[in-house]
Design a protein. Sequence first.
Length: 360
Amino acid sequence: FSPARVVGLLAAKLGIDSDVSSATREERKLAGTFAHLLNEAGLDSLVYGEDDELVPFDPNDEEDVDPTWTEDDLDLVNDVPPPDRKRFAFSNGYASLEAIILASNYFRSTTSKAHRTLESMKTKHRFLANSNDLRKMEAFAKEADENSSRRTNRIIALQNLSDDVYMQAMKAMEEGYSLHDIDLQVMAIDVNLEMKYLDKFEASQSWVTRFKRKRRIGSRRTTKFVSKVNHDDDKAIKTAAADFVASIKEEMKTRPLNQICNSDQSGFLKELHSMRSLAPIGEKTVVRCVQSKSSLTHSYTVMPLIFADGSMGDYLFVVLQEPGGSFPKKKKIFDAPNLVVTAGTSHIMTKNHMREWVNK
């Protein structure tokens, strides 16, 4: 459809007045209206009616609706009328893509012959009126099926690409590298170039946003910085610990449980107190009393011994923080038969404390 050709036909019928500068306001308005109508018709978006009495139906004139239409004219993007962009024009009105596919399936759903008759299709699907509509319907359904196959293949490729990028990102995080959106984009482009998943894939910001939302990845504040050496050592320690636990479990199968024990040090504040309290809403400072303020910052450490059969060790090892790392000589220290108490400059155990724990 050519709007310019229609204008030429009108000029041939009505003639041309080249003196457009003297056009009145009404003439300009009418010209603008015609221009809008012709542009809408060029987009196949113009709907107009004709009086059936003036144009009687001729069953032998089915091909006169659009005799120049061919399958090459099919365009699932540009052949959709605004504003809903979801319906396609036929002789008796518009039809959705779902209705077209349903009609196409019905057209072929017969075993006695190649396809159903036009009369049967017109009765079942009112938007069809002639053989040209049937060809148009089949072409739409065929391209929709091809688009669906391409869309399915693209979805699978995007999923594989997303999985590969996620594995690379998690590996980088585990190795302690800082990642940002640009790093995910570079990873995605590199993976796509290597695996050839998609053509013209750009790893846009919207793709990165959807990827992070789906994989539950977000920007977080870094709470701790460590050197690369310490990070690698930490992984080695965790691996050694896992191997140790596995070997102990094997050992426990051949030994009595009262020969297997576990010990771990735990630190406690000298005075335990809740950090929350009821107070009037809006009060900026909440003050509460304790027996000793230093007891809230100074701790002691205990190290119990527990056997695999559920029994406790005979002694509880206790490390107290004392000035100079030793108890006062002139002051009597409380002594209990089931406690081994020692002192240190800090409540944190040292190697010497560990030796003392093993010996006692």
